[in-house]
Design a binder for this molecule. Structure first.
Ligand SMILES: C[S@@+](CC[C@H](N)C(=O)[O-])C[C@H]1O[C@@H](n2cnc3c(N)ncnc32)[C@H](O)[C@@H]1O
Length: 244
């Protein structure tokens, strides 16, 4: 079996490619802010952190923020984004999450956005994340539901792109029901979710990031009022770990 961690590291060392979709980072950041506005936490993990822009906004509310990313270039962007006045609260780790030994129940908030599609085993990821969260702690996790009709269109479009670019990189297919069942089994309760579509398929280049942001918001709305949610294949969840 191909080890995805090597391929994914190569892919995300090219930070410019990922950052062309920065409207999506803005939507993720706002989703995170909305999910966390009424909860308290002291020890936060953002893994994978990418540029850090999504979770750094939580710094004023937490005592400790750990940023982990396998991509050296992504993590160095994140390091540059940490405000000088908050640096002492942040720990940055440039490594593969699966190789790190993290004590159980270390965090009361774990953020995991944009990773399930890139790991060797989604089940192993969910199991490891579940263990490192303390009872009553929270997990914010994102997945593209592989059984959603829009995901079929995305796969068709990406398949054509792969043929043209001769790339062999393939995203994992993870069903929403698989993720929800696994986390239920691991003692988590679903509290909130926000659904939208991340991809504009072949039409992405027609719109600026600002336009894509506006179109997404006008069709899908916000966490507080998620319009047309059933049309959204991309789901960001807020789960709470039960107190045993
Ligand atoms: C799609 S980006 C998401 C980044 C960020 N969470 C966001 O939403 O913008 C995926 C990130 O996962 C990182 N990554 C992939 N596999 C990883 C692993 N095994 N351990 C740590 N980071 C990993 C990549 O380097 C990349 O920065």
């Amino acid at each position: 079996m191909i080890d995805k961690s090597i391929l994914v590291k190569q892919l995300f060392e090219d930070t410019a490619l990922y950052l062309t979709y920065d409207y999506n980072l803005q939507i993720r950041k706002e989703t995170l802010e909305s999910f966390t506005k009424d909860i308290s936490y002291t020890s936060v993990l953002d893994m994978p952190c990418g540029t850090g822009t999504i979770s750094l906004s939580l710094l004023s509310k937490t005592k400790k923020l750990t940023l982990i990313d396998i991509s050296t270039n992504m993590l160095s962007l994140a390091e540059k984004n940490i405000p000088a006045s908050e640096k002492q609260k942040v720990i940055c780790i440039n490594d593969d999450f699966f190789k790190l030994e993290i004590p159980e129940e270390s965090y009361d908030l774990v953020i995991c956005l944009g990773l399930l599609a890139h790991v060797n085993s989604p089940e192993q990821l969910l199991s490891k994340l579940s263990k490192i969260i303390s009872p009553n702690g929270y997990l914010i996790i994102q997945n593209t539901d592989s059984m959603h009709f829009y995901s079929y269109l995305i796969r068709f479009y990406l398949g054509l792109k792969r043929i043209i670019s001769k790339s062999s990189y393939q995203l994992n297919k993870v069903e929403a029901s698989f993720l929800e069942n696994e986390l239920n089994k691991n003692g988590f309760e679903l509290k909130k979710q926000f659904r939208y579509n991340q991809s504009f398929l072949g039409f992405s280049n027609l719109f600026s990031n600002e336009k894509k942001y506006k179109l997404t918001r006008s069709f899908f709305g916000y966490v507080e009022h998620n319009k047309h949610a059933k049309w959204g294949s991309d789901i960001t969840y807020l789960f709470k770990k039960k107190s045993v």
